[in-house]
Every structure is written in structure tokens, then in C-alpha cells.
Design a protein around this ligand. Structure first.
Ligand code: PEP
Length: 250
């Protein structure tokens, strides 16, 4: 039996402005109280300093949406783990399907980003998930296992420090959610794989579900045995919805 707290992490993606961020965070801070779970917001890089100061001393942790696999140097446009640490970043999303799809991120790049996050004391939220075509071809298990295996291969027993997010690509931003049973089935596969790699630590590794999780469906998804929280896109931009998801994660 594990005592780990669930994690509800918002992924703002490329949304926000100074004014909108302030309004959203003020509403979240007014409503969040003492949450029964851990809470984070993963914000666009230009707003790290703003959000760091707005959430200081609150139960809301700061997260980034990506980081460089390199430590420093001639990598125009990238942000290093050490730079993120300078702004108090606690979590970094790694290998989001939008990064894999639009920026050609490979399993190996995701594994390297996971390693550099861990080396800098940032908890990587490692995303895995199948496309609709892969699901329909019966390849879901093969795909998510391959994606996670690359991370395990490079990070070894350190993977006990990661967070995994199962995000079926067909459910992201589409309004189509995996059913609790569909999600739990994949989470159980991932848990078994983690168990193989990290034995007794596997039960303590949080596996989040992401893909159109919202105020209406969060409670039933979060009730599943191996769903340890959520990675929330669209619904994290609306304070009442995000607060309801946080409340469902007890
Ligand atoms: C995401 O971007 O990680 C995500 C799950 O988005 P949405 O909740 O909008 O489907």
C-alpha cells in the first residue's frame, strides 16, 4: 500500500498573457485551499518568472513544458534544466505528443531530457501514448512500452523519481476521453513495466492520465487503481474546472 499523493498538473501549452495568467492564478489561489493532492502548472517559458512570483508560498508548484537535453551552449531557442531551476521549476513535461509530432522528438531525445531533468532535481513528467491508428491496429501496448523502455534504458533505477503521463494522442484536445477501463488497462501495463525496472519503487511512481480530462470525468478516471493524477490541457485554463479536478483528486 502506498501513501503517494495524486498529482494534478496543468499544461497551459502556448496559451496565456501577463494579464490572463494573473487572473487565472488569482482565481486558482483563491479557491485551492489546502488541496488533498499535489498541484502544478506547466507554463510557457516567458512566463516562468511571473508565475514563480505569483505562486510563491502557495500549494501550486511551477512546471515547464519542455527542457533541453543539453546542459548549455550553442542551442538557440532552448532552455536548460539549470535555467529552469533558477526560476524554481519543480516539474518539466518531457516528450509531450505535440513535441514528438511537431518537433520530431524521438524516444532517445525524451530519455536524454529525462536524465538531465533528474540530474538537476527537476521531476520529469514523461509522456507516452499511442495515436488512433496505432490503437486501431492493436499496437497500444507495444507503443507505450517502447516509449517507456527508452527512458528506463537510459535512466535505470533513477526512474523511481519520474512521473509518467499516459496520454493517448487521440484523446488530447479532442474531447474524446479514454474510458476509465481503457485508461486503467494501459496504466496497469505501465505499472508492470515500472515494476520490472524498479521493483518495490514502482508502486510509488505516479502515472497520470491525460487526454480531455475535465471537471465532469475526472472523478471516475481518478478512482482507478493505477491512475495517480492527471495532466490537464484545456481544462487547466479555466479556474473553476481546474479547481474541480483538484477537488476530485483526494
Ligand atoms: C495535454 O495537453 O497534455 C492534454 C491532456 O490536453 P487536453 O486536456 O486539452 O486534452
Amino acid at each position: 500500500m502506498t501513501t503517494k499523493k495524486k498529482l494534478i498538473a496543468g499544461n497551459w501549452k502556448m496559451n496565456g498573457s501577463l494579464a490572463a495568467n494573473e487572473a487565472l492564478l488569482k482565481a486558482l489561489l483563491a479557491g485551492v485551499g489546502a488541496p488533498g493532492c499535489e498541484v502544478a502548472v506547466c507554463v510557457p517559458a516567458p512566463y516562468l518568472a511571473q508565475v514563480q512570483s505569483l505562486v510563491a508560498g502557495s500549494p501550486i508548484a511551477l512546471g515547464a513544458q519542455d527542457l533541453s537535453a543539453q546542459a548549455q551552449g550553442a542551442f538557440t531557442g532552448e532552455q536548460s534544466a539549470a535555467m529552469l531551476k533558477d526560476f524554481g521549476v519543480r516539474y518539466a513535461i518531457v516528450g509531450h505528443s505535440e513535441r514528438r509530432q511537431y518537433h520530431g522528438e524521438t524516444d532517445e531525445a525524451v530519455a536524454a531530457k529525462t536524465a538531465i531533468a533528474l540530474a538537476n532535481g527537476i521531476t520529469p513528467i514523461v509522456c507516452v501514448g499511442e495515436t488512433l491508428a496505432e490503437r486501431e491496429a492493436g499496437r497500444t501496448e507495444e507503443v507505450v512500452k517502447r516509449q517507456l523502455a527508452a527512458v528506463i534504458h537510459v535512466n535505470g533505477h533513477c526512474i523511481s523519481e519520474i512521473v509518467v503521463a499516459y496520454e493517448p494522442v487521440w484523446a488530447i484536445g479532442t474531447g474524446k476521453t479514454a474510458t476509465p477501463a481503457q485508461a486503467q488497462a494501459v496504466h496497469a501495463v505501465l505499472r508492470a513495466q515500472l515494476h520490472h525496472a524498479a521493483s518495490e519503487h514502482a508502486a510509488g511512481i505516479r502515472i497520470l492520465y491525460g487526454g480531455s480530462m475535465n471537471a465532469a470525468n475526472a472523478a471516475e478516471l481518478l478512482a482507478e487503481a493505477d491512475i495517480d493524477g492527471g495532466l490537464i490541457g484545456g481544462a487547466s485554463l479555466k479556474a473553476p474546472d481546474f479547481l474541480q479536478i483538484i477537488a476530485a483528486a483526494r
